[in-house]
Design a protein around this ligand. Structure first.
Ligand code: ADP
Ligand code: AMP
Length: 218
């Protein structure tokens, strides 16, 4: 399946994408992780993207669409996390998929904004794999160390309250309209992302019976 995880920063998209990726053999493609890898590798795209990311703003559509065209390849079972984030990106993505005879389904993470700042300012990230933890809601076994690879976790520089506020404003203005965009096309399911992590996973599996048919259950 082609799944789009749609919701504001901190809604739990990356957390769920990693779980579904492992259990159902779907590859997670996170545009945020891709951009951070470009930054770490000092590519031209990374340098261009950095000033937008530092400001909590969206990176321009043409850069993102080109990056995704390159990344998608022949992928059939994927979770896109953090893309599309604008109507222009959604249209470009839809055209790319249609050319392969594919259609995406959006999983909308419904959440109250007042939990998001606490989730994001307590987030610790493995910059190598993109796996995330939370100091309170999902702590690693040893503080600051990833359970999987034993390497250090970091706090993202845009996970500070001031930038989080700007990111939420961008989300409201440019990304939230996609909920109706996919809803009106009959291509959206909703989950209550205020629930605990395991519960949200259960809701996603329940809402997408095709996952269990196509993927493997661990
Ligand atoms: P997103 O990818 O939507 O920005 P993340 O998956 O990175 O969100 O989650 C943001 C933070 O909230 C992380 O620290 C994560 O551990 C935590 N988190 C994710 N899902 C939940 C949940 N259902 N309840 C509480 N905390 C959560
Ligand atoms: P994320 O890791 O999804 O929280 O994204 C971090 C930052 O990367 C965002 O605040 C944007 O600056 C940029 N970004 C990620 N995905 C996109 C996208 N699809 N379109 C525009 N900017 C993006």
């Amino acid at each position: 399946m082609i799944l789009i995880f749609l919701g504001p920063p901190g809604a739990g998209k990356g957390t769920q994408a990693k779980i579904i990726e492992e259990r159902f053999a779907h590859r997670q493609i996170s545009t945020g992780d891709l951009l951070r890898a470009h930054r770490a590798n000092s590519t031209a795209l990374g340098a261009e993207a950095q000033r937008y990311m530092d400001e909590g703003k969206l990176v321009p559509d043409d850069l993102i669409i080109r990056m995704m065209e390159h990344e998608l390849g022949n992928a059939a079972d994927i979770i896109v996390d953090g893309f599309p984030r604008t109507v222009a990106q959604a249209e470009a993505f839809g055209a790319l998929l249609a050319a392969k005879g594919l259609r995406a389904k959006a999983v909308v993470f419904d959440v109250d904004y007042d939990v998001l700042t606490e989730r994001l300012t307590g987030r610790w990230t493995n910059p190598r794999s993109g796996r995330v933890y939370h100091t309170v809601f999902n702590p690693p076994a040893i503080a600051g160390i990833d359970d999987d690879d034993g390497g250090p976790l970091i706090q993202r520089s845009d996970d500070v309250a001031e930038t989080v506020t700007k990111r939420l404003r961008e989300y409201d203005e440019k990304t939230a309209p996609l909920i109706d965009y996919y809803g009106q096309a009959g291509s959206a399911v909703h989950v209550n992302a205020l629930a605990e992590i395991g519960d949200v996973t259960g809701q996603i599996i329940h809402a997408l019976p095709g996952l269990a048919e196509n993927g493997r259950i661990a």
